[in-house]
Design a protein around this ligand. Sequence first.
Ligand code: ADP
Ligand code: ADP
Ligand code: ZN
Ligand code: ZN
Length: 845
Amino acid sequence: GHPSSETSSDTRTGFVRVRGAREHNLKNVDVEIPRDALVVFTGVSGSGKSSLAFGTLYAEAQRRYFESVAPYARRLIDQAGVPEVDAIDGLPPAVALQQHRGAPTTRSSVGSVTTIANSLRLLYSRAGSYPPNQPHLDSDAFSPNTPAGACPNCHGLGRVYEVTERSMVPDDSLTIRERAVAAWPPAWHGQNLRDILVTLGYDVDRPWRELPQKDREWILFTEEQPTVPVYAGFTPAETRRALKRKEPPSYMGTFTSARKYVLQTFATTQSALMKKRVSQYMVSGACRLCQGKRLRRESLSVTFAGLDIGELSRLPLKRVADILKPATDGTAPGAAKLAREHPEKALVAERIAKDLLGRIQVLTELGLGYLSLERSTPTLSPGELQRLRLATQVRSNLFGVVYVLDEPSAGLHPADTEALLKALDQLKGSGNSLFVVEHEVDVIRHADWVVDVGPAAGEKGGQILYSGPLEGLEAVKASQTRRYLFGAGETVPRRTPRSPKGWLRLEGVTRNNLHGLEVEFPLGVFTTVTGVSGSGKSSLVSQVLVELVAEQLGHELPEDEEEGEELERAVVLTTGGRIADGMEGIKRLVRVDQKPIGRTPRSNLATYTGLFDSVRKLFAGTKAARARRYDVGRFSFNVAKGRCETCEGEGFVSVELLFLPSVYAPCPTCHGARYNAKTLEIEYRGKNIADVLGMTVDAAHEFFAEEPQVLRSLSVLREVGLGYLRLGQPATELSGGEAQRIKLATELQRVQRGNTLYILDEPTTGLHPADVDKLMAQLDGLVESGNTVILVEHDMRVIAASDWVIDMGPGAGDEGGRVVASGTPAEVATSSASRTAPFLARVVG
Ligand code: ADP
Ligand code: ADP
Ligand code: ZN
Ligand code: ZN
């Protein structure tokens, strides 16, 4: 039945009471959770924490909200699924601060997400210094996204994309026939343009650099598009003769200059590949009119504390706070004069600046003071983004709501955890409830109440092992969390670090906050790169190191699906730095990141790891399939033959709700099975293909016990702690950490060849300490087989267990970007300059 919201008489006041929760793997559980408290949900990955916190509590709060704002949506909500629970009493409205799960990227910035940009515009509009005689501007005029504000030259983008002779003709010793104009389209289209030039009388057989300047300019830059007869396959002499005799041409061809072709293709093509191709011939530069500040001149002439709004938006938030401070306490130069002459303006300035300062302080306390307002959100890590949103909530003055958070400590150095706890306390102090899914021991220790779910993952989990104040958990034998909070699991046994087999030396590394850095990474061992958030770990490891090694190996960097964003970066960035030494120890590069394994429900772990191919072969090999001549394609939900046509194999249809985000509802024809009825008639050992996709990795491991091909993938998936995932779980439902572990498993199932460099960015995100131990065993195995592993990591137990540590810092942004300490964990633990050292020292024991 549907959850009811009536309050029963035996409900303890101040508690949310859940009865009969059965969402996903939850075993019909009852639990009482206090309101106005910090409640942390713990348990191994896949135990059911999210199913309880997000799938049940948050989903139900959201359902009630939808129902109250849009009663007509009731039927649709039912289709979209109501959480499997008998009743929930005492549930306040909820706000979820979940980490990005394959959600589409937006073109927002730190300023827009936090709404600080709005207040800043108001500040400039109302309290800025205007040049004499300039009328006051509306706050719209300070936004590059409005016609009133946008720079007319770059349309508010800040950058202009241009082409030059050099960018389009990289080698000017070539002739046009030898493709001197590299920017022109390849194949037939390129030959066509060359033939047109022949008709027009240009010399296509002289080296480009010997052509007259006037001709070169016309060919590359003209706006004219003459249409002329083309004699395909004729030599220039034959063409001249044919023209003279007015012979009928092969066809009429229209000329397009190289610049027109490049810019037009870049602006209009639907193909990511084409876009990428032409972008190679473009150079981008800051717009000269606005200097990249994206605004019109009038808007930029207004200043505050001597800075225009573009300059202010580029500073780290910490600096912005310093600049605003004097305006809030009357210590700004000229404040007294302003207060005398324009008391109203002085008051407005003070009020807006105070509000801004308060909001910026929350961000700074959460360890985000190194960000600038103009930083675009797709360049932030999911953890940073979640903390931005959290900080925004802290100042929102909401009360009486529950905030449901997903591992807010992700990406956070222990030195910054204090601030996170303070922010959570602040939200609680304003009369809110906090339900947090978390693995970080320091956060769990801070909880008023712990709900431990387990004992294991998937079918073997889904029970409430404990619900109460932290101390009580110590007595719960079945809990895997207990060990890490109270037991010996807190410190790691001291081990002897392995000795490096060589060193990879980088020089002149320049990127973001790194300036001419020199770094040495040991080879053949397990290295962790540490440091506070924003110190430069990702810039060094995930950006520069990856790019330099890939370049040396001649790898293409992995294709990215967010073409637009990537492209902009690719055009803008130039790699600073070089590999000085050590490449002979690296034959292959594997980057295991947290990017989704796919952006549509069509990809899942079975397709990604390749194990689904083997499964489909088994189905196609059954007697029944052979009798009907069903081949492996029949069992793919991406191919028309066997899939359900209503949902085209997605299993879901999307339902658009007026004014509300669209929801996905199970397909009315196949009810989520994805296949048509005929295909589903084929069974392998009593299960059809949809049943198999519905199995967890653990269940499939038992089911396919006799099939070594399938079993190999399944075993590794279990070893990285993913036994609880269903084979068909859509990529869009997977967390970043799960996606990363699927990639790792896919890599582990390959034959180990050694001399591979593995790079991972915080692989412990979303992992219970017990699962971290399993992951460590896998990574250790890679090193034992002769590979190098480099991790960006915050988990002290992992750092303590590594062979080598490189600590970045000392602070974030401008205050970081250096190697503060490097050495064995024991050595780094004693460094006096390192902010990681004190935390590491506790664990190294
Ligand atoms: P945790 O948050 O503790 O890692 P989850 O609540 O995400 O665990 O998962 C608990 C179980 O429910 C797992 O077996 C998982 O595979 C399953 N599960 C999670 N999401 C879904 C879903 N959307 N549909 C079906 N099963 C799911
Ligand atoms: P960490 O990985 O240690 O958290 P990062 O390497 O992400 O640190 O960041 C180091 C500095 O570089 C920070 O000041 C950050 O704001 C800046 N930064 C990182 N990525 C970008 C980017 N794509 N664009 C602009 N600045 C960036
Ligand atoms: Zn401009
Ligand atoms: Zn369907």
